[in-house]
Design a protein. Structure first.
Length: 90
């Protein structure tokens, strides 16, 4: 999806999305001088926008939250795997 089109649709400033890219929170692909984003990033961008606007979390905070959520998801997957292995021995 074209980044400028997404920003226009959602009324999210393009500078906000560009800052997310600078912090490595989203990645874009440049084609013919235009930025494109993966559609799977849309919900993440909207979530970070709400956290930024509603709670006043800065980009450093968004980055920290993102890292913590990634670690939490990884730990949840590991826990599920361990629970499945444990069930084999019950």
């Amino acid at each position: 999806m074209l980044v400028s089109h997404f920003c226009k649709q959602t009324q999210i400033e393009i500078s906000f999305v560009e800052n997310l890219q600078e912090y490595g929170l989203v990645t874009f692909e440049e084609k013919e001088n235009q930025l494109f984003m993966d559609e799977k990033d849309i919900s993440e961008i909207e979530k970070m926008f709400r956290l930024h606007n509603d709670l006043g979390i800065n980009f450093e905070g968004l980055d920290a939250l993102n890292q913590l959520l990634k670690r939490l998801r990884k730990m949840e997957k590991e826990m599920d795997l361990l629970q499945k292995r444990l069930r084999l021995y019950e």
